[in-house]
Design a protein around this ligand. Structure first.
Ligand SMILES: [Zn+2]
Length: 238
């Protein structure tokens, strides 16, 4: 019911900014600008799930970034894919620099593998938000001269519960063995970054990384748009 109410209310009421809730535009210039600035940071969920690679986030999962991610994911505000993709490009670049280096022109392309959404979630939302943001991030990195492409290499091989509302151990158990590699080009020796919109407990990124390693991929790290600011590594170092 909430879904159709949003649809109808957005037709008859002025739309507020998805980030800050002010104004009458779908997203304001201030929120886009804020998402576009700042240094990507490494985040370390506690407890750290087994197999989680180093994960980089472009911004904190709070307030404006949270509003924009949810509007893109759940309300189909597809125009937000551009600024969200630019933010993901920043964290992907930081993850690449930290592990294997930036793949310049002529290098073996760095592959961004989106964490898959369950088929039912894609059907309900009408799109796959993480894949959409990943494509925009890769386009951005290519414009900056890096050899990067997106490969949706992962899929669910069994049904899982919605992760929302599950605690960290339940999330890990819910996802254990739930992902597989799609038929396609070999991943053996291919440098990959696992990408997602948000990291919370790290269970999804860890499961994706384990699945890709089993297929022979070199998992350089993880990159997300937003992560919990309380778990930024350089915050705990002061
Ligand atoms: Zn705003």
């Amino acid at each position: 019911m909430r879904g159709w109410w949003r649809e109808i209310s957005s037709l008859v009421l002025p739309t507020e900014c998805a980030g800050c809730g002010r104004g009458r535009s779908a997203v304001c210039a201030g929120c886009v600008a804020e998402l576009g600035t700042g240094r990507a940071r490494q985040v370390r969920p506690t407890p750290r799930p087994a197999g989680l690679p180093p994960v980089w986030a472009a911004t904190a999962y709070a307030d404006r970034a949270r509003g924009m991610l949810l509007a893109h994911k759940e309300r189909g505000m597809l125009g937000l894919a551009g600024p969200l993709g630019a933010a993901l490009a920043r964290s992907a670049r930081a993850a690449a620099v930290a592990s294997g280096g930036e793949p310049g022109p002529g290098a073996v392309p760095l592959v961004l593998v989106p964490v898959p959404s369950a088929r039912l979630a894609v059907a309900r939302r009408g799109h796959d938000p993480t894949r959409r943001i990943a494509l925009r991030a890769a386009a951005r990195l290519r414009r900056d001269g890096l050899a990067v492409r997106v490969l949706p290499a992962l899929r669910f091989v069994r049904p899982v519960l919605d992760q929302v509302g599950l605690a960290a151990p339940e999330r890990a158990a819910n996802l254990a063995g739930a992902l597989g590699v799609r038929p396609g080009p070999s991943l053996v020796g291919v440098p990959v970054l696992v990408v997602d919109d948000v990291v919370t407990t790290g269970a999804s990124l860890a499961e994706a990384a384990r699945t890709l390693r089993r297929a022979g991929a070199l998992v350089w790290g993880g990159a997300v748009v937003a992560g919990p600011s309380g778990e930024w590594i350089d915050r705990t170092r002061g």
